[in-house]
Design a protein around this ligand. Sequence first.
Ligand code: NI
Length: 197
Amino acid sequence: MQRDAGFTHIAFIIGYPENLIYFVLMKIRKPKPEELNSYYQTYLKYVPEDDILAALITQAEVTQKFLKTIPESKASAAYAPGKWLLKEVAGHLCDTERILSYRALRISRNDKTALPGFDENEYTPNSNYASRTLSNIADEFRTIRESSISLFSNMSGEMYERRGITNKADVCVRDILFFIVGHERHHLDVIRERYLS
Ligand code: NI
């Protein structure tokens, strides 16, 4: 059991490593539409839940298991010429979550440094996701997500409200957590609708 300094929430974990069960007693509400910039607002449709920390936790197992159901032959295909391979989409989720969690860490610590964006279209061809298995990438996703859960579930309510500049946009830590959840759902929808249908 871990407590933050303000005792505003308690998170504890039972079971390791295959069957992690989290009990997080602090709800982190989803940002209201008017609190989000226009780009982040487009992801609201992917997040029906109001507790985004609970959603982050639920996604860990759901997404890993979903990716593991996809045959490697399909994972190594793109739905159109020039598009990412399916497993490169999974890799994009890994890269994005690492970067967004890093941004959330800095902003939660009240670091006011403006943080740069990144060009996903340059990251993917310079990664080696295409030569890895989707199963292996799915396991890395789970590892990254467990780290994100530890980071976010141990933040105080005040940390969630802290604001910073990322990719020239003014966001708070709550917005970043929301975006991690919504961005992943967006890409899983694309996988289902374009790669697997
Ligand atoms: Ni994306």
